[in-house]
Design a protein around this ligand. Sequence first.
Ligand code: SF4
Ligand code: SF4
Length: 138
Amino acid sequence: MKTRFYPHTFAYLLPHIWRVLCKGACTVGFPFGEAKLPSGYRGVVKIKPELCRGCGLCVRDCPAFGIELEREGRDKFRLIYYPDRCAYCSQCETSCNFGAIYQVNEFVPATDRPDELRVVLVDRWPEEDSTADEDQTD
Ligand code: SF4
Ligand code: SF4
């Protein structure tokens, strides 16, 4: 197929090409340079463990099953976060009545092993009980 040359199109593009050449690329340099994320960027989920009551509201309202609560009795619980499931919607932050859970403007590291991203946000499960549970399963 023969390619046609349109002089009027080239004339239209020329100032744009010149502008791009003079100003440089508009995209970020990441991963070759630092990624500067805006302060309101909704990235990875963090927690202030001392404020968490283990009420499970964040778990109930998360649309992506990104948080799990393991609970036994009133005071013994673990809150677990799965970044690979997270939709970064901020619903958990909105649902928490105690200001415990929040998002920060950080990326989740890339990996081909999503299981390794699992984060225990709050661990109020005494060590000796965990050991006892493991002994029972042996
Ligand atoms: S940011 Fe949204 S998807 Fe992620 S854990 Fe919170 S509620 Fe779930
Ligand atoms: S982070 Fe907030 S909503 Fe989630 S279990 Fe803890 S206190 Fe409840």
